[in-house]
Design a protein around this ligand. Structure first.
Ligand code: AMP
Length: 225
């Protein structure tokens, strides 16, 4: 796959839809920077920074951190030199306020979001995926005990880091995160449909199968060749 233009692509989907895994895969294929807001926030919590102290309780509860914080960290990351040819955004925007702010900031530089890849998975599938999820503490690569287990149990295939279960993958926090998703993030589907930017992908099936669907859809949309 090769890039046709500077690209700004958003991956949208419920927690557990596989959007993080697919965003990382497509970013690698297109040689674009993958910006996952949840990963940026988790790193801050792990490192015990001021930002981490401000956001920890929201994240553990499964609710959104305040907009000024999430918007600032993502825009700061997007302004780094390695993001000049575009980025893949994963987990951001998460509500209308974030989406509108992002549009305004990009418009100031005569840029715009090109496509929004919406990965659709049934609610039953989401809970199944989230309850078996383990993540690398160092590089954040996600694994699943059944669908994508690591080669050596407890160790990351990519960097050898320790795998752990996210504190917000408990049943209670998962329920809260899904509630937040339906209340705050789902309206973005309509927002980007009206802007004619939404590309809906069937997210049921294996990682490779869904990945192939996304690549084919982006090629059909002439986003990449
Ligand atoms: P994720 O890794 O995308 O599932 O995000 C984990 C948690 O980080 C979420 O439940 C929120 O608490 C927080 N978070 C991630 N992205 C955002 C965002 N764009 N806006 C607000 N909170 C966010």
């Amino acid at each position: 796959m090769r890039l046709i233009n500077n690209l700004y692509i958003i991956f949208l989907g419920a927690p557990g839809s596989g959007k993080g895994t697919q965003a990382a895969y497509v970013a690698q294929k297109l040689n674009l920077v993958h910006i996952a807001s949840g990963n940026l926030l988790r790193q801050a919590v792990e490192q015990g920074t001021e930002l981490g102290r401000q956001t920890r309780s929201y994240m553990e509860e499964g609710v959104l951190v305040p907009d000024p914080i999430s918007i600032r960290i993502v825009l700061e990351r997007m302004s780094a030199p390695d993001c000049e040819s575009g980025v893949i955004l994963d987990g951001f925007p998460r509500n209308l306020k974030q989406a509108e702010t992002l549009d305004k900031v990009l418009a100031r530089e005569a840029k715009a979001i090109d496509k929004v890849v919406y990965i659709k998975v049934s609610e039953k599938g989401l809970i199944k995926r989230l309850s078996g999820r383990w993540v690398c503490r160092s590089c954040q690569t996600p694994y699943h005990i059944i669908s994508s287990p690591p080669k050596v149990w407890g160790k990351c295939d990519r960097c050898g880091g320790e795998l752990y279960q996210r504190p917000d993958d408990t049943m209670e926090a998962v329920k809260k995160r899904l509630e937040v998703y339906f209340a705050e993030t789902v309206p973005l589907i309509d927002y980007y449909t009206r802007a004619d930017k939404l590309v809906e992908i069937d997210g049921e099936g294996g990682v490779d199968e869904v990945g192939k669907r996304i690549v084919a859809a982006l090629q059909a949309e002439k986003v990449c060749g």
